[in-house]
Design a protein. Structure first.
Lengths: 260, 440
């Protein structure tokens, strides 16, 4: 009896094996080996910073010529150089690394709160409720949406209610920047030293009422900047990082210590 | 009379004893009012007056061209002092007209009684209801004239009056029934005429036996109006649940009550309709229950729209020192507020709930234990646990696939959740996002 079973199962196995072998030949999908290689070069965080669904799709698009070789920000110039070489292009100029930087100083010690919020711990939910607990209309809401979206856990929440960003761990994917409903996270050129840590477009008097560290648009930094890199826009000082010479004058003159 | 009841629901404590025996007292006429241009669901109004204008009580001061909208009227006579932003119960500042009262309360000439109101045609009725700014007074403030204009080929079989007042603490509707039963019946008759409905029902939860009795007496001898006591269960007064209780019909997902031949109105709205049609009075005042252990003297008050809540609180003896939270509306669906400052009473303010640390408990959110209690109590048969989990991870599309949009935001899931998960709050977040996406 056992012989029949062995023969019949063996025959079935051969039959299906044959079918599979045929299908593998007949319906084989040709993949450009470059896609595989590009994917190996990539950082592999699947963060989506390139604008595609993940590393695999980005690799396909790069090889197809639809995406720039510099698209992978977490990989930086090392990865873009390798991809460019593979694609037979000149290696792109090494761009400065951009890292996420919180541009608000309004923790619970310096910024006033309108009320205590006890709802869903999500910035968007807090804003649905009376415009959020912070008295400043432009400041950090402090519910930690950025902490949760960071794919590499580079953001933690301080006890005072402001996110702390680990710049070495940051892969510049920009997810926190996009998730922040108040847009108080910027991607800042890591070589630039000076930036204004405030986003308030309120007039000086209103800023003084709600925050001890916010920009009061006094204009001292604009007047004193030797390189004319600072301008005042919507009651807020803005430093042009391409002109800034990192002299540090603005940091010294700022009466509110808003510039770092 | 035993009635079928709806599926799901919860039994929160009633907490109505503080105010249910207290007659409605008129609030002190306000010296300054702030009348928001948006007190309803739909397009906000544009102001029809300018700073410096003299206005009279009942004068239309804001209107919109949108169909889903309702005009707003001045609740005092006096002078417009400012048009600007004012805090609003919904949580964001809204354009408002600030009027300083001259203390005379002179009615505007548009406010004329209509002794032959029974002879009005359907179109005239609807026009009056729109012009007088009538909106649903249960709290959702949906413009009433829109509800009374179902698609042309639908036949309305029933008008249901929600007198359940299933929210704990609130007694505004209860007092209205005890004190103005005839007007409710007249309001119901007018609604029935407007939608050409043969039958009207008034549903009252059986924890208000005195109201049931009074309403039965008021409707005596009227063959097409019946008053029924309903099982006391939250959310008995929700539109879709009331329809299911009375008719056994189920409103389809995304549909309106008119799709199953029903129109549902609140008792407060009936009184407002009766006032508007018979006396020409626009909706400029409403009954508000001020209650909770955080208020010195709980009361039911007749408050003008636009009165600052600070003033109302002051007339109730002020807050007790251990006040922790102020909610506009009931505890289940009401909206917590940052504070009473600069916040006017609007058409939908059914209650001002002042809660102390005795009533407000703060819990840590813990992981879902999959007990499915939220599924059991959900009156619209969705699965709040999965929607909540999706929203927590930011997966709004998944939440939409779990029918988040069918949620009526009654709050039963959050109330029952043993893991203290803010389910309805998450669903509300998702609904806002999904609605914004659908508009695009």
């Amino acid at each position: 009896m056992i012989g029949v079973a062995i023969i019949s199962l063996g025959a079935l196995g051969l039959l299906f094996g044959g079918v599979l072998a045929f299908a593998a030949q007949k319906f084989a999908v040709e993949i450009d080996p470059k896609v595989q290689m590009v994917q190996e070069y990539l950082a592999g965080a699947n963060c989506g910073a390139c604008g595609y669904a993940g590393c695999a799709q980005f690799a396909e698009e790069v090889v197809a010529g639809n995406a720039p070789v510099t698209g992978c920000t977490p990989g930086g110039s090392a990865v873009s150089g390798k991809i460019a070489e593979l694609m037979g292009m000149a290696a792109p100029e090494a761009e400065a690394r951009h890292v996420a930087q919180l541009v608000c100083l309004g923790d619970c010690a310096v910024a006033k709160e309108k009320f205590t919020y006890h709802g869903v711990p999500e910035c968007k939910a807090a804003l649905m409720f009376g415009g959020g607990p912070s008295a400043c209309r432009f400041g950090c809401v402090g519910q930690g949406t950025c902490v949760r979206v960071c794919p590499v856990d580079a953001i933690t929440m301080s006890e005072k209610g402001l996110p702390i960003i680990d710049k070495d761990a940051c892969i510049s994917c920009g997810k926190c920047k996009n998730a922040c409903p108040r847009q108080v996270i910027d991607l800042i050129n890591s070589k630039t030293y000076h930036y204004v840590q405030c986003k308030s477009q309120d007039k000086g008097k209103q800023v003084r009422e709600v925050c001890e560290r916010g920009c009061i648009s006094c204009g001292l930094c604009v007047k004193n900047c030797p390189a004319d890199a600072i301008r005042m826009e919507d009651n807020l000082a803005i430093i042009d990082s391409y002109i800034c010479t990192n002299c540090g004058t603005c940091v010294e003159v700022c009466p509110r210590n808003t510039i770092a | 009379m035993s009635f079928k009841t709806f599926k799901g629901g919860v039994h929160p404590g009633h907490f109505k004893s503080a105010t249910e025996k207290k007659p409605v007292v008129p609030a002190r006429p306000p010296t300054t009012v702030a009348i928001p241009m948006s007190q309803h669901i739909g397009a906000p109004c544009d102001p029809l007056v300018a700073v410096g204008d003299e206005v009279k009580m009942g004068q239309k001061i804001g209107d919109s061209k949108g169909f889903v909208s309702a005009p707003v009227h001045s609740s005092v006579s006096g002078k417009v002092v400012k048009i600007g932003m004012c805090n609003h119960a919904l949580g964001r500042p809204v354009q408002s007209v600030f009027i300083e009262s001259d203390g005379q309360d002179t009615w505007h000439e548009d406010v004329q009684p209509n002794p032959n109101y029974r002879d009005l045609t359907v179109d005239e009725l609807k026009k009056i209801i729109r012009e007088k700014g009538i909106v649903g007074m249960g709290g959702a403030t949906f413009p009433t004239h829109v509800k009374l204009s179902p698609p042309p080929d639908t036949k309305i079989d029933y008008v249901l009056i929600n007198a359940a007042e299933c929210e704990p603490y609130l007694t505004a509707d209860h007092r209205a029934m005890l004190e103005r039963p005839e007007e409710i019946v007249i309001g119901l008759q007018l609604v029935m005429k407007a939608v050409n409905a043969p039958m009207g029902y008034i549903g009252i939860e059986d924890n208000k036996p005195d109201a049931v009795e009074v309403m039965k007496k008021a409707a005596e001898g009227i063959s097409n109006i019946e008053v029924h006591a309903l099982h006391t269960k939250y959310p008995q007064g929700a539109e879709k649940q009331l329809i299911s209780v009375f008719t056994g019909r189920e409103v389809p997902s995304g549909g309106l009550p008119s799709a199953v031949g029903c129109v549902v109105q609140n008792v407060g709205t009936c009184i407002a309709i009766s006032d508007a049609v018979r006396f020409g009075k626009p909706l400029i005042e409403r009954i508000v229950t001020i209650t909770g252990s955080g208020i010195t003297e709980p009361k039911n008050m007749l408050v003008r729209v636009g009165t600052f809540i600070e003033e109302v609180i002051e007339q109730c003896g002020g807050f007790r020192p251990n006040i922790k939270k102020m909610v506009l509306g009931g505890p289940m669906m009401g909206l917590a507020q940052p504070g009473p400052d600069n916040l006017p009473v609007i058409k939908g303010t059914s209650g001002i709930l002042c809660l102390t640390d005795v009533e407000v408990n703060l819990y840590e959110i813990s992981p879902c234990i999959r007990c499915a209690k939220c599924v059991d109590v959900c009156p619209v048969s969705i699965m709040p646990l999965f929607i909540g989990a999706s929203v927590e991870q930011g997966l709004y599309e998944k939440a939409e696939a779990y029918n988040a949009m069918d949620c009526i935001e009654c709050g039963c899931c959050t109330y029952i959740c043993p893991a203290k998960r803010p389910l309805v709050q998450w669903i509300r977040m998702a609904k806002g996002d999904i609605a914004a996406k659908r508009r695009k």
